[in-house]
Design a protein around this ligand. Structure first.
Ligand code: GLA
Length: 430
């Protein structure tokens, strides 16, 4: 059933795609469309663009960016490093590929509030105040995100926002933040829907368009209540546990792979996702060296793309290798992950550890499909058009390798190495 795909250049690929015309409209490849924040008007005015969307107008498609916790830990960052990381993202093409948000995670704050009761940044890390850092990130074209906690303390013992929600939301807005992530340490006894709704309202009351990320690790089923009050919610525990204090070697090799599978499996709530809300299975591993092969890195990238998950970099981008940059900036990731329909792909088959994921695309005629072998042995994955869409033929394109596989009768199959995946675009025909 399978044909050897014809190799082609990106340019030839695109022109073939265009010639295919209405048959299989190519997703927007190349420089990504801006969906949730302005990248064109630094400085300061780079507030999220006012767009028509459910709830707060933010996060029409998933957020892409860097998170300091996964990249640098709790103590390993300061303003100079963040600005250098932002510059490296520009120089390496990450910003251009869509990673335009820098989230300053736990460790940014002093251990005490100031005399007025406001949060305050650690002066060692942010000597000019964190508002100045936000301004500098905006000037480079980045959106800026901040971390807080719904309990009395953050996971790293900084002050939490419990009963200071309005004050803290106002303070985050006054510093110019475009994105707020709220964690759940010391809050586990509370009603999550109630606490997060309060924070969401407090943020909305600031009048500043700020995307809101719930981070309560899937506790109390956030996918059931977060879509009308937040732009994303974490569905699982952390993917990368390297900063949680256990022995480092526990976090290398297959442990990291199992962690990824755990978060993949825990993120299956596609009915909740759409423009303005994404389920968040946590950070990407590409670049941090935890996976044992490029196949594993590519598999996670393709799976996160088909799930329309936030794409959160968790490594020191200042040292990104060409190989890492090549993977992370692959245009198919943006085209699939940020397809404006914003539907989360569903796992429609998982027999023998060979998975088939299907995500409808905006063109209304085609689907992004990921074939994925999660097992440790090579195998053959087969797609059958009749089972998937009740048709006898379909047009197939390999989005990762830039090949037109073409019209295939009855189905298509391919061999997959252990942990290998394939990202396809398929249009059912008749
Ligand atoms: C929790 C969150 C992480 C990170 C850390 C910071 O573990 O799930 O994403 O924010 O806290 O301490």
């Amino acid at each position: 059933m399978s044909r050897t795909p014809r190799r082609t250049t990106r340019r030839a690929f695109l022109s073939t795609a265009l010639r295919a015309g209405g048959l299989l409209a190519a997703p927007a490849l190349g420089r990504p469309a801006l969906s949730w924040t302005s990248r064109t008007a630094p400085p300061r005015s780079s507030a999220p663009r006012a767009v028509q969307a459910p709830y707060n107008g933010c996060g029409l498609t998933p957020a892409w960016g860097l998170n300091t916790y996964y990249a640098f830990g709790v103590e390993g960052f300061d303003e100079a490093m963040l600005l250098a990381a932002a510059q490296a993202m520009l120089d390496g093409g990450l910003w251009q590929a869509g990673y335009d948000l820098i989230v300053i995670d736990d460790g940014w704050a002093s251990f005490d509030r100031d005399a007025d009761g406001n949060l305050q940044a650690d002066p060692q890390k942010f000597p000019d105040g964190i508002g100045a850092t936000v301004e500098r990130l905006h000037a480079l074209g980045f959106a800026a995100g901040i971390y807080g906690d719904m309990g009395t303390q953050t996971c790293q013992n900084r002050p939490g926002s419990y009963q200071s929600e309005q004050r803290d939301a106002q303070w985050f807005a006054a510093q110019g933040f475009d994105h707020v992530k709220m964690d759940w340490c010391t809050a586990e006894a509370f009603d999550a829907r109630e606490r997060y709704t309060l924070m969401s309202q407090a943020i909305a009351a600031t009048g500043r368009p700020i995307s809101f990320a719930v981070c309560n690790w899937g506790r109390q089923n956030p996918w059931e209540w977060a879509p009308p009050i937040a732009n994303s919610a974490r569905t699982t525990s952390d993917l990368s546990g390297i900063y949680e204090g256990d022995a480092l070697d526990r976090y290398y090799g297959s442990y990291q792979w199992s962690c990824m599978l755990k978060n993949l499996d825990g993120n299956q709530h596609p009915g909740a996702a759409g423009p303005g809300y994404a389920n968040d299975p946590d950070c990407l591993q590409t670049g941090n060296g935890f996976f044992t092969s490029e196949l594993e890195e590519v598999a996670q990238l393709q799976l996160w793309a088909v799930m329309s998950a936030p794409m959160v970099l968790g490594f020191d981008v200042r040292g990104a290798s060409d190989r890492t940059l090549r993977l992370l900036t692959h245009p198919a990731l943006q085209a699939v992950n940020r397809d404006p329909l914003a539907r989360q792909g569903k796992r429609v088959n998982a027999e023998h550890g060979r998975e088939v994921w299907v995500k409808p695309l905006t063109d209304g005629t085609s689907y992004a499909v990921v074939l994925f072998n999660r097992t440790d042995s090579a195998s053959t994955a087969t797609l059958t058009w009749n089972d998937l869409w009740g048709v006898r033929s379909a047009y197939v394109r390999d989005l990762w390798n830039w090949t037109e596989i073409g019209t295939q009768r009855s189905g298509w199959s391919t061999s997959l190495q252990p942990h290998e995946s394939r990202l396809l675009q398929i249009a059912p025909l008749s």
